[in-house]
Design a protein around this ligand. Structure first.
Ligand code: SF4
Length: 103
């Protein structure tokens, strides 16, 4: 169950659509459409300049799966008690919203 993320400018993205965040937080408690969701784990590339962060990042280079997603978008049909149960998740490359959201 893969995460495919178009936000290649995120520090957790390997520029190939794979996410390496340990836990992925998606928010949107009141979301009824995709645009009202957002990946809160998105962090812009310039954080890589932070040596401490880079050390942490490199210490656990494990590809994130859907099971790593903690999601607040409880109106989504894939959400079960703040866990994502979708087969795969696609994150938008511009807004970092969850394109797999379905009411
Ligand atoms: S598919 Fe639904 S439950 Fe899964 S991360 Fe996206 S909004 Fe959250």
């Amino acid at each position: 169950m893969a995460i495919k993320c178009g936000a290649h400018n995120c520090v957790h993205n390997d520029n190939n659509g794979n996410c390496y965040a340990g836990v992925v937080n998606v928010c949107g408690a009141h979301a009824t459409v995709t645009d009202e969701t957002m990946c809160k784990s998105f962090a812009a590339q310039d954080l890589k300049a932070d040596a401490e962060f880079a050390m942490e990042f490199n210490a656990a280079p494990k590809k994130a799966e859907v099971s790593n997603i903690k999601c607040g978008a409880c109106h989504c049909k894939h959400n079960e008690k703040h866990k994502c149960c979708a087969d795969h998740v696609q994150i938008n490359h511009v807004t970092a919203s969850c394109e797999t959201f379905e009411k």
